[in-house]
Design a protein around this ligand. Structure first.
Ligand code: PLP
Length: 421
């Protein structure tokens, strides 16, 4: 099915009422027919609803639809992008293991990997996303995940996904990609050998800044990589917390199954039915919005590039950009999403410009239909040391813009007056 058709229809079979809109199943629990039915559901002999911390019919539509849009096999919705990332990593690694991550990551993902996971005994080792050849020296028998963003936030770099997955496959290691900024409209990581895709649904998926959520998607036939793989014993050995279930022996996608039955059950970072419903609404027009976001961003990037006060513009749609070739290779129709950043001479100069804009909202978010301006060094990346800031490509004079769906002319006029203020 075509992407846009999938975005409108996949995963939903109309109920007896024939409702065109997917209903919001706002419920905590579900009645079992009898004791045997309940026992069968718990034993996975029959699939069905048990309790909304584990599954929910509205969330199920969101998961099925998103899995198809990514070209994956199954998905698991979570309460935030951060929990989707944590689940993807914690599903593969445990205390004593390590993961290899790109340095260029969203600030929250950097603190999760570098600091929080460390407290749980999982070490993170970092490579430069422009230099996948650094990865091999970081790998050992305890490496469980290679993690990177397809289009990085806020440094706006494009990962050489095939180069990274080739190394991962050579060592039989899972790759997890955060595809939040590109979205499946622009990049489909599974086509380039990625195993698991994660998203913050809080961004372009909702599209209007309406809700926090996340999703994790598993590629087709991931079981082949997990089965008998010594790195992933916990998928191949009985899970004593689920009466001896061996995940790779169940005829269900094992990565999302384990994340649901073990992590979602025990950690509870579940998507609310209402938020899942909002994400379903967002998916209906995701592809239309991503084209418009991309066109507006390119127009603004071209204006900024020609401005004398601007030292550098980071937008992979610009032919002058170091990521241009990668974007042409990995992104659909050369679209590059709505995220751009530009650098001015100093922290002071950046603050002046941000304060002088009228149309852009000073907000720590991206992917809204309304344009957003951010100064990462004083907000999202404030917790990082100078060294960490430099390593992830965030100089003090960097301004990030999430280009919205306003008219491109109005967006350019406003930034022009702010640069002169
Ligand atoms: N991944 C990326 C690329 C992000 O930009 C963000 C948030 O900005 C996250 C993950 C975290 O998502 P959430 O805020 O939904 O937890």
């Amino acid at each position: 099915m075509n992407f846009q058709t999938t975005a409108l229809h996949a995963g939903y079979e109309k109920d007896t009422q024939g409702t065109m809109a997917v209903p919001i199943y706002q419920t905590t629990a579900y009645e079992f027919r009898d004791v045997e039915h309940a026992a069968d559901l718990f034993a996975l002999k029959e699939l069905g609803n048990i309790y909304t911390r584990l599954n929910n019919p509205t969330t199920d539509v969101f998961e099925k639809r998103f899995a198809q849009l990514e070209g994956g096999e199954a998905a698991l919705a979570t309460s935030s992008g951060m929990s989707a990332i944590f689940f993807a990593i914690a599903n593969a690694a445990e205390a004593g293991d390590n993961i290899v991550c790109a340095k260029q990551l969203y600030g929250g993902t950097l603190t999760q990997t570098a600091h929080t996971l460390k407290r749980f005994g999982i070490e993170s080792r970092f490579f430069d996303v422009h230099n996948p050849s650094e990865i091999e020296a970081l790998i050992d028998e305890k490496t469980k995940v290679i993690f990177f963003e397809s289009l990085t936030n806020p440094s706006i770099d494009v990962a050489d996904t095939e180069a990274i997955t080739a190394i991962a496959n050579k060592h039989n290691i899972l790759t997890v990609v955060d595809n939040t900024v590109a979205t499946p409209v622009i990049c489909r990581p599974f086509e380039f050998g990625v195993d698991v895709v994660v998203h913050s649904a809080s961004k372009y998926t909702t599209g209007q800044g309406l809700a926090i959520g996340g999703i994790l998607v598993e590629r087709k036939n991931l079981v082949e990589k997990l089965k008998n793989n010594p790195r992933y014993k916990h998928f191949n050995e009985p899970d004593e917390s689920y009466h001896g279930l061996v995940y790779v022996d169940v005829p269900l996608p094992p990565f999302t199954l384990r994340a649901r039955l073990s992590l979602l059950r025990d950690l509870g970072a579940v998507s609310s039915p209402f938020n899942s419903w909002l994400f379903i609404q967002g998916l209906e027009h995701l592809s239309l919005r991503m084209r418009e976001h991309s066109q507006n961003a390119l127009a603004l990037a071209e204006f900024l590039e020609a401005h004398p006060k601007v030292l550098k513009v980071n937008y992979p749609g610009l032919t002058s950009n170091a990521n241009y070739e990668m974007a042409q290779k990995y992104f659909t129709d050369g679209l590059c999403s709505g995220l751009l950043s530009f650098e001015v001479a100093s922290l002071k100069e950046a603050e002046k410009i941000v304060n002088a804009t009228k149309l852009y909202s000073l907000v720590v978010n991206i992917g809204d239909s309304k344009s957003i301006i951010t100064h990462p060094a004083s907000t999202t990346h404030q917790q990082l040391s100078d060294e960490e800031l430099k390593a992830c490509g965030v100089p003090a004079g960097l301004i990030r813009i999430s280009v919205g769906l306003e008219s491109a002319k109005d967006l350019i006029d406003d930034i022009a007056q702010a640069l002169e203020a």
